[in-house]
Design a protein around this ligand. Structure first.
Ligand SMILES: NC(=O)c1ccc[n+]([C@@H]2O[C@H](COP(=O)([O-])OP(=O)(O)OC[C@H]3O[C@@H](n4cnc5c(N)ncnc54)[C@H](OP(=O)(O)O)[C@@H]3O)[C@@H](O)[C@H]2O)c1
Length: 330
């Protein structure tokens, strides 16, 4: 027997009435806390740490794992890490998992490795499936809106991907409202209903609410999953006093120190005081706030350790917010 063989925790679904929410008007239940592999799972991250985070997630009822062709760094390597763990540990549990990937950003050189053409989307998904060692993904997203490709071309590629059995459901990320409305109709008319919209919603960024995206999803029975729910770590205690050596901000790639304006620090201290009065830490409070917004199915957290992930999971037991706290949070 292999020394490190993985057997999933037999109690992983014990808390299930608290953990799962229905995704819009669909048959799919998603955990309130899902795990994203944007960072901390590429070939530059220690493999054993990434593996431990993935095991911890699944052992605690997190069944949804979100990837994209360009997650790493470098690009593609988060899918490779996931594929290695799929082969080594997760294969017996494949049918208990809801795995998504995406295409939309610059992935390979030349005119066909980016944006929303049929050629790019179909080739990219084939590459992703190889890296993840999967026959199909549960959910395939167009990762961003492409203003130059006809929407019909992008959407028909998604329809054909689903009909070919390479993805079970269709998703859209970061599309503006008008394009989302078009996509919803196009997909519905072809019997490939839009399962979910992925957008950035957190205490510091309310765009999906302000732009009417969340309302549209709720009215139409489309699920909504919020990415970067902790604003990449800003909405935790991590940056209240300084910039820790082992933090994402120290890497200076996707989160930079210029975000830490005096105004933001003041707001973070407000969130901290509300979290204190709720007996929580900031991450739990920030995630609980998202889960309380009408129309939200799940939060898509990142984590650089299993400990962070376990902490984030505590939000599923959080109490509702008082009117006073909601007013203070804005
Ligand atoms: N559709 C899109 O365009 C898009 C864009 C971005 C992200 N996403 C998806 O959203 C997922 C999550 O994004 P994200 O990683 O930015 O999410 P996030 O949860 O907002 O940030 C994750 C980071 O916050 C810190 N953190 C998490 N839990 C913590 C805790 N309990 N205490 C202290 N610090 C904590 C860690 O930072 P340190 O590393 O500093 O420890 C961690 O790496 C991605 O993996 C991806 O699946 C999608």
């Amino acid at each position: 027997m292999e020394e490190n063989q993985y057997t999933a925790n037999s109690k992983r679904y014990e808390n299930s009435s608290l953990i799962y929410r229905r995704c819009g008007h669909s048959g799919i239940l998603l955990p309130k806390v899902s795990l994203g592999l944007w960072q901390n799972f590429g070939s530059t991250s220690p493999f054993d740490k990434s593996r431990q985070i993935l095991h911890t997630a699944f052992d605690n009822g997190i069944t949804h794992f979100d990837l994209a062709n360009n997650y790493g760094p470098p690009y593609g390597t988060a899918e490779e890490t996931f594929g290695t763990i799929m082969e080594r540990d997760f294969r017996p549990y494949r049918d208990e998992m809801f795995i998504s990937t995406k295409a939309g950003y610059d992935m390979w050189e030349g005119p066909y490795g980016n944006w929303g053409s049929r050629k790019y989307l179909i080739a990219s998904l084939d590459q992703s499936l190889k890296r993840m060692k999967l026959d199909y993904v549960d959910l395939f997203y167009t990762h961003r809106y492409d203003p130059h490709t006809p929407l019909e071309e992008t959407l028909q590629a998604i329809v054909d991907i689903v009909r070919a059995g390479k993805a079970l459901y269709a998703g859209i990320s970061r599309w503006p409202l008008e394009a989302l409305k078009f996509a919803y109709d196009y997909l519905r008319e072809r019997d490939v209903p839009l399962l979910i919209y992925q957008g950035r919603l957190n205490l510091l960024d309310r765009a999906p609410q302000e732009e009417g995206i969340l309302d549209f999803c709720r009215q139409k029975g489309v699920g909504f999953i919020s990415f970067s729910p902790l604003a990449q770590g800003l909405l935790t205690e991590r940056y209240l006093n300084d910039i820790p050596q082992d933090s994402r901000m120290k890497e200076n790639r996707t989160l930079t120190a210029d975000r830490l304006t005096p105004e933001l620090i003041r707001y973070l201290h407000t969130v901290k005081s509300i979290a204190d009065s709720r007996g929580e830490n900031m991450a739990q409070t920030a995630l609980a706030w998202i889960l309380e917004q009408e129309g939200v199915t799940s939060t898509l957290v990142g984590a650089s350790s299993a400990k962070q992930l376990m902490n984030n999971l505590c939000c599923i037991n959080s109490a509702s917010f008082s009117e006073e706290h909601l007013n203070i949070l804005g």
